[in-house]
Ligand binder design. Structure first.
Ligand code: PLP
Length: 428
């Protein structure tokens, strides 16, 4: 009997077997991963978006290794924490105060607590089908659940969480008419974990205006999008002025580190010690060291060029499927996008739910895995690129997609694909 529950520690990591074999990764370098048999794959899950510089970037490894040798757990204030906070705050606009945590879920949890403490209200509103972490606080209304679809017609809510329909301008007005106990609305620059549903023009700003008008805060969940499109927060570039933001993933290039950043007055309760925070590992030296080395490299990285290459790959994927008589569309951005087996990308979760084809996504995953490329198997999964996805790697990916398209055309034919859900999907 194996002891590890379901072979993995996070449900997002579950992969189907290929030819009766499970996949266990042994090592990673640059754009590649190697399995226990020594087979090489191009990685597009990249630590679910955490690895933006490429696996095992030497500068990050050296910085983390020095911190590990100096003292992994010094207990008390240490020399790397302030520099890390200063480095991060350069990119976070008016949100100049920083608290470190380890995972995105922890950061969202702490941000929700901050909003409750500041407003004295109980509930946090999140986007239906959005993923803001696995903690009870916001693990409600996730993609593929009945709540995400507002299945019984009414707005689902719990004592501490309520839901909003993404891209529905009126729904946010209705929420605040119905509920006077909303401390904050959590917004994401795009609904990434529901298959990169893009925000409609003006939508995010509308949500912010309505939330602020009703005395609620705005928490920008930048765990996935922060530093992915450029060195900074996407919500700020979208013209938002959030009160709090959560960042994680890309700021540590795969080393666990996340943070809550916020306006000083909003986080003052933590400063005074009236609001609880803790964590044996929060702000640990390795996390700070990873962030310092990663942000330094990201600042010097050519995001524009990587985005252009990603956009070129997206166009190639659409055209190679078209060559085989199949219609697929991509949505998102060059460095993070989803593939949908339909002509137009979903603009709401309702559409995403209807367009999702677990059979297509699983078949695509298996065909690409056979051709040496690892993609997430869920209809709501994403393809990430790193700065180590150089031209040669992208060409290899194109070759693999051509093979996969030919293979899927044989399975599904060139007629329309089965646009119906086959079961639940995992997120990450
Ligand atoms: C937008 C968003 N918020 C929060 C989280 C939770 O982060 P973590 O998995 O590090 O706990 C994720 C993870 O995928 C995410 O995509």
């Amino acid at each position: 009997m194996r002891n590890l529950v379901g072979d993995v520690s996070s449900a997002a990591r579950i992969l189907p077997e290929l030819d009766g074999e499970k996949l266990f990764i042994a090592a990673g370098k640059g754009a590649y991963l190697w399995d226990e048999q020594g087979r090489r794959y191009i990685d597009t899950a990249l630590g679910f978006g955490a690895v933006l510089l490429g696996h095992s970037r030497p500068t990050v490894l050296e910085s983390v290794s020095r911190a590990l040798h100096d003292a992994a757990a010094p207990s008390w204030a240490h020399t790397r924490e302030h520099p890390a906070a200063t480095a991060l705050a350069q990119f976070t606009g008016d949100m100049r105060k920083v608290m470190f945590t380890n995972s995105g879920s922890e950061a969202v949890h702490l941000a929700s607590r901050a909003a409750r403490a500041f407003t004295g209200r109980r509930r946090v509103a999140k986007m239906a089908a959005g993923f803001d972490g696995w903690f009870d606080e916001v693990s409600f209304g996730n993609v593929s659940t009945p709540e995400a679809a507002f299945a019984d017609g009414a707005r689902p809510f719990t004592e501490r969480t309520t839901l909003l329909r993404f891209n529905d301008f009126e729904d946010v007005e209705r929420l605040f008419e119905e509920d006077h106990d909303v401390a904050a609305v959590i917004v994401e620059p795009m609904l990434a974990n529901a298959g990169c549903i893009m925000a409609a023009p003006g939508y995010l700003r509308h949500v912010q205006t309505v939330a602020h008008r009703h005395g609620a805060l705005v928490i920008a969940d930048e765990v996935l999008m922060g530093f992915r499109l450029f060195a900074g927060l996407t919500s700020l570039r979208e013209g938002l002025s959030p009160d709090i933001a959560t960042v994680g993933k890309a700021i540590g290039n795969g080393v666990p580190v996340s943070a809550v950043v916020g306006r000083a007055e909003v986080l003052e309760g933590f400063e005074r010690g009236t609001v609880l925070r803790g964590g044996t590992f929060s702000g640990n030296p390795m996390a700070c060291a990873a962030l310092l080395a990663t942000l330094e490299s990201l600042q010097q990285s050519d995001y524009e060029s990587l985005t252009t290459k990603g956009d070129d790959l997206r166009a190639f994927i659409e055209s190679t499927f078209a060559t085989h008589g199949m219609t697929v569309v991509t949505c998102g951005f060059g460095t993070v996008f989803s593939i949908w087996p339909c002509a137009a990308a979903p603009t709401t979760y309702d559409e995403a739910n209807r367009f999702a084809s677990p059979a297509f996504s699983k078949a695509l995953h298996l065909a690409l895995r056979k051709a040496g490329v690892l993609v997430m198997p869920s209809p709501y999964g994403r393809i990430y690129l790193s700065f180590d996805h150089h031209d040669g790697v992208l060409q290899e990916m194109k070759n693999a997609f051509s093979k996969a398209a030919a293979c899927l055309a044989m399975v599904f034919g060139s007629a329309s694909l089965p646009h119906h859900a086959f079961g639940s999907a995992s997120v990450g």
